[in-house]
Design a protein around this ligand. Structure first.
Ligand code: ADP
Length: 858
């Protein structure tokens, strides 16, 4: 990262690290020194104590040895007797032998090197003998003690003393001489053996187990409130029995010894030097042993070690400081290098930036706080059609369009408060033309002075494009809204976003209601799956648009037909954004189409039927006509017999009748179609008419195979109705005729019943039956079920349509109940209109009922 600082940051972290590490090193050194010092003091103290103990025990032993010597000498009876004899001999001067014996004895006593000389003192204190011939006088020290010494019972060792008569410090081993062999034994003299401490005791006191510069041990004793040094001192020669120190010197080890203290680590010795000392009392004597060593010696090694440690610590700190310094130096070097490189970059960047500013496509203005232009780029001069001299120093208000002037102050205030601002306004060129601009302004600080920098973009083209777009959108909106075609815009999920009024009207919803639904909500369920597949293909761009004809459900649940066209509106990334759904209501067209198809089918059917009819009619007419013509010609043949002629006339008659029947049917249907058939309503006796009909058919062909039965639903006296009797009989006659035609053998039942106030007629046979799908069609004109019998017997296919037309004319309806092979049951109704005089007739004629009467066919 490039730093914007002028100087490298103070390396606080390194400094703190350095301080911590240095302080820690010093602290560690100090702690080490302290602990070492304590350990050393402890060790030295132990060592001094051991030395002091050893010396005290040696001195005590030495004293005991002296006292033992005293006992040995004092209890040496021959020796003591010899001395007694010597002291009590009056004539000792002449007794040379005795004197030499004494002298030899005394000499033997001084055989030990530490016994300097020996004096034989009598009870009066007179030195009577001595050895050697030196220091022969009794000193002052002994003289003062003499009376007490005479009371001794065993030998004693006196303290160190110096005598005027003896030139060296000495101790006396005083042995009382007691005449134990006499009854009242008493001290008769003393044997004083001078001990020179220099010989044995002082070396014993002074000798040190290891060599050293300051270790020292000596004996002292208390004398009043003073300390008297008894033995030789290492650092003060000839001070024994001379040097005295006050007991009140607290730090003086000797004073401490007298106070009962056995060791000190910070004593001050007789020289005033700091010492460690161990003090012991010598048992059985007033002496104290002091063993000491100077601090200076004890701490020399430690101090040397510490010096090394301090040097190491200093070196460590210096090295550490050097490392940190190197790191910091490197950091600084890097900082300045980066700064230098950054400066270079900045310089290049600034050059580049100046270049951009100069040739920028946008106008760049720098104004002061009074909105006076103080700098502008080339684009500004070009855009405002002003040269540099004109524009620089000009107030910003002068390049503002008058209409946009009043906002200037407010915009300046916002910019001042927020520091930045973006807005649109209108500027004016020198020639007075207006220039809409988008301004991005910012408050900048250059060397402590605040300025406003504005980047103004000429948005003339954008504005006009926006206007064009707005107009286009408005146009589109109008087209969309006012289009007679139903248009809806949906999202990717087919949810309706917008729907025009035609769309709303088509489905019967308001636009708000539609918006909460998808197109699927209004699509008939039969078409949804097909739509989904096609929409997937549309999205996959397999098809450009999706056209379909669907059924849609309106709000009132009615179903309409719609011709839908669905296309996709994609965004810039070519992703599906909307679906545009256009639906044309084609319900009327669909109805018209279906009607047309039905009509066409009907026409085709009718055409087909007519063709069949013509074919039939031609066949039906031609057959009897051929017979008539052929047999008429035969009548003229001369060789024709009378019998044959009768036969021929019969055939001609029947063919003529057949022809007439066909023509009647055609005429009837023509009349029916032209609406010329009129009803002739009269009173009809049903039972009588039906009976006649039955009789007529009884005599026709197949009478041996078919029985015809008829039933009446009313008694004869009540079987009067008002209807067109001719037509009724024609209907029944047609039906019975068909029944006989389509029944090979079996029975035919016909008749009527009164049912719900109407008369229901039936003609039922046991013939071939009619398939279900033809039940309706057989009543249509010219329709014939294609079967063997139809083909064999011919027919026009008009009979049943005439029946239907007549039944309907009479106010009833006709239908058939039949299945192939199960016979056929034709039924029709007519209104039961009884004539008024019926009741009267009922009274006159007896009741009779004809039911199930059979007419055998002859
Ligand atoms: P057609 O002159 O051909 O008999 P109809 O109109 O009387 O004309 O009858 C139409 C058709 O109905 C007949 O061709 C026949 O196929 C069928 N049909 C009518 N009556 C009967 C019936 N009783 N049994 C079976 N088929 C019948």
């Amino acid at each position: 990262m490039i730093s914007h600082r002028q100087r490298p940051a103070t390396p606080w972290l390194l400094i703190v690290l350095f301080i911590i590490i240095s302080a820690s090193s010093i602290l560690l050194g100090f702690i080490y020194y302290k602990s070492q010092k304590a350990r050393l003091l402890k060790d030295k103290n132990l060592e001094l104590s051991a030395i002091a103990d050893l010396k005290v025990s040696q001195i005590a032993q030495w004293r005991n040895e002296r006292l033992s010597d005293a006992v040995l000498i004092g209890e040496n009876a021959p020796f003591v007797k010899l001395l007694y004899e010597y002291l009590h001999n009056k004539n000792i001067k002449n007794n040379v032998n005795l004197r030499s014996e004494i002298s030899a004895s005394l000499k033997s006593v001084t055989r030990s090197s530490e016994y300097k000389n020996v004096l034989l003192i009598d009870s009066l204190g007179i030195v009577r003998s001595y050895y050697p011939n030196k220091d022969t006088m009794m000193g002052d020290y002994m003289k003062t003690m003499f009376p007490d010494l005479l009371k001794l019972e065993s030998g004693v060792l006196t303290d160190f003393h110096r005598a005027s008569t003896v030139n060296y410090i000495h101790l006396d081993l005083v042995i009382p001489l007691i005449n134990t062999w006499q009854k009242d034994s008493s001290v008769f003299g003393l044997l004083a053996i001078r001990v020179d401490p220099k010989e044995i005791l002082y070396p014993l006191v002074q000798v040190w187990p290891v060599p050293g510069k300051t270790p020292e041990s000596y004996l002292i004793r208390q004398e009043g409130d003073q300390i008297l040094y008894l033995s030789e001192l290492r650092f003060k020669k000839n001070s024994e029995l001379e040097l005295r120190k006050s007991l009140s010197e607290e730090k003086l080890p000797e004073a401490m010894a007298v106070r009962g203290i056995e060791s000190t680590l910070d004593g001050i010795d007789y020289r005033g030097a700091a010492v460690i000392a161990a003090m012991r009392k010598v048992p059985g004597s007033p002496w104290y042993m002091v063993a000491k060593i100077s601090h200076s010696e004890v701490f020399t090694a430690l101090n040397n070690q510490m010096t090394m440690i301090i040097i190491i610590i200093i070196l460590f700190i210096l090295t550490f400081g050097l490392v940190l310094g190197t790191i910091e130096w490197n950091e600084n070097a890097r900082f300045y290098r980066e700064k230098y490189e950054t400066e270079l970059d900045h310089l290049a960047l600034r050059k580049h930036f100046d270049y951009i500013l100069k040739y920028a496509n946008d106008i760049i203005l720098l104004t002061d706080r009074n909105m006076v232009i103080i700098e502008a780029n080339d684009r500004a001069f070009e855009a405002y059609q002003r040269d540099r001299n004109e524009l620089i120093g000009m107030s910003l208000a002068k390049i503002r369009a008058p209409s946009a002037l009043k906002e200037l102050e407010n915009e300046r205030r916002i910019l001042d408060e927020k520091g930045y601002s973006t807005y649109e306004t209108v500027h004016v060129r020198k020639d007075g033309t207006l220039m809409p601009v988008e301004i991005s302004a910012r408050k900048v600080e250059i060397e402590g002075v605040k300025y406003f920098q504005s980047i103004c973009r000429d948005i003339t083209e954008r504005k006009s494009a926006e206007e064009t777009l707005r107009e286009s959108e408005e146009r589109f909106r109008k087209i969309f809204e006012e289009s007679p075609i139903s248009i809806a815009m949906t999202g990717k999920d087919l949810a309706i976003i917008r729907a025009n009024s035609a769309f709303c009207k088509m489905l019967g919803y308001r636009e708000e209601e539609l918006k909460s639904n998808t197109i699927r909500s209004f699509t008939h369920p039969d078409y949804i799956a097909g739509d989904d597949i096609s929409l997937l293909r549309l999205v996959a761009e397999e098809i450009p648009v999706y056209h379909t004809e669907n059924r849609y459900i309106r709000k009132d649940k009615s179903v309409i037909w719609g011709s839908a066209t669905i296309s996709i509106i994609r965004n810039n990334n070519d992703e599906v954004q909307y679906f545009l759904v256009m639906i044309e209501d084609i319900t009327l067209r669909k109805i018209a189409e279906s009607e047309l198809i039905a009509a066409k089918e009907k026409a085709e059917e009718s055409d087909r039927l007519k063709t069949a009819f013509l074919h039939n009619v031609s066949h039906e007419i031609r057959t009897p006509m051929n017979a008539i013509i052929g047999f008429s010609a035969l009548l003229n043949e001369p060789d024709t017999t009378e019998e044959e002629r009768h036969q021929f006339i019969d055939i001609i008659f029947q063919s003529g009748s057949q022809l007439l029947s066909i023509i009647n049917d055609i005429v009837d249907i023509a009349n029916i179609e032209s609406g010329q058939v009129k009803l002739n309503i009269k009173e009809v006796n049903l039972n009588s008419s039906l009976r006649t009909l039955g009789e007529q058919f009884s005599y026709k062909e197949k009478s041996d195979l078919i029985t015809i039965n008829f039933e009446t639903g009313l008694t004869d006296d009540k079987s009067f109705v008002l209807t067109d009797g001719v037509k009724l009989i024609q209907i029944l006659s047609n039906l019975i005729n068909n029944a006989t035609k389509f029944t090979r053998e079996g029975r035919i039942d016909f008749g009527y019943k009164v049912k719900d106030g109407t008369l229901e007629f039936f003609v039922k046979d046991t013939g071939i039956g009619i398939p279900q799908e033809h039940h309706e069609k057989i009543f249509e004109r010219f329709f014939q079920v294609d079967n063997l019998i139809s083909r064999k017997f011919g027919g026009t296919g008009l009979g049943l349509s005439i029946c239907k037309a007549y039944v309907e004319l009479l106010g009833g309806k006709i239908w058939v109940i039949s299945n192939p092979g199960e016979g056929t049951d034709f039924r029709f109704t007519i209104p039961f209109n009884a004539p008024q005089m019926q009741n009267q007739r009922e009274k006159e004629s007896p009741k009779e009922k004809e039911k199930g009467k059979k007419y055998p066919i002859v």
